[in-house]
Design a protein around this ligand. Sequence first.
Ligand SMILES: [Zn+2]
Length: 417
Amino acid sequence: MKTLGKYSFGLGDRFGHQGSAQLKAIIDAESKGIEITPVWNKSNREHTIIGTVPADVRTEADYVTAKAGFKRPYFVDADHINLDNVEKFIDSSDFFTIDVASYIGKAAGKAETEEFLSSVKKYTGKVTLPGSSMTFKTPGTLIKQVADKYLFAAIKAWEIYRKIEKIKGHDNFVTEVSMDEVAHPQTPVELFFILKMLSAENIPLQTIAPKFSGRFNKGVDYAGDTDKFKAEFEADLLVIDYAIHEFGLPGNLKMSIHSGSDKFAIYPVIGSLIKKYDKGIHVKTAGTTWLEEIIGLAESGGDGLDFAKEIYSGSLKKIADLTAPYADVIDINVSSLPPADEVAKWSSHEFAEALAHNPDNERYNSNMRQLVHVAYKLAADRKDRFYKLLESNEKIISKCVYENIYNKHIRRLFDLE
Ligand SMILES: [Zn+2]
């Protein structure tokens, strides 16, 4: 069976040039005693916007791992796929993030609902998580609500899984179910019953990505109550543990956090809780490697800096188009965006410092960072020039990419020196 290691990291590389630099961060973590399975993820949305195909990600992952002599497993994740677009990912991916968000809230059939309700009768009243004092009230009305909200989505997850399994075979891929791109978080008690639903068809579920409280905006820090997140995350860890034993889910089932990258405020919380309970984790980062490419180009000066400025001024003209596909996962305060004529005068450092996520730097602008994060289409429109610049400034860019993954993510999460 294809299994993820205890720790795994989802790496986004939209333009396929930074795989080696990303892998170097994984290899360096291993030398510090933290073995992480690299997973290269790219969503259908990203492929469509850039004009790439899933096979491109496979080619890159195979190439960079072979080049580095990397002998451990690695994966290519068909990120956020659903019934409509899974097909084209099947050949080249061996990790599937089955996104059922759009099916949440739709009603399942009467017979299926009744079958589910009778299968969970014994949990009516209250559920106590073993090994803790945590107890949930679970009146019948609540269980019925959970069924009405999530059972149809679970059935769709089975359906998508079967479609992949039919072509790839049972043991040849990792299955994740995600529900994170929705407006409201799932509570731990909801997660408990969702896992029961997902267990019904013996799907070898290895990771589950719920939506947590707070905002997980792309490329910027967590916005929300850290203590509330901590309590929720801890309860979810215990729920998964209990569900594994109670529902016969795979023993290596673990939490997947679609971090959107850069969740500096909660990485230490996650790190200390998985340590406390000796649990694994999959942390999916977003395509912020693209931001490192722009930062690296800005730092390179000359044509690189001009290109970075051109992307930014172009993004200001197309804010509505560029942000629309990301409405749920960004919060841009337009009035805090620096005007293009001002940015045109910026030096390499001024531009790079505004974009790089160093909260202590007073030039850092999270609004500009989020806008450029979603402006990658503008680079795709200038692909030849962009790729030439990536290649001629490779050294400085790969250093930015590496330091971002290693220092800002891995070190914070695993509390490394
Ligand atoms: Zn996600």
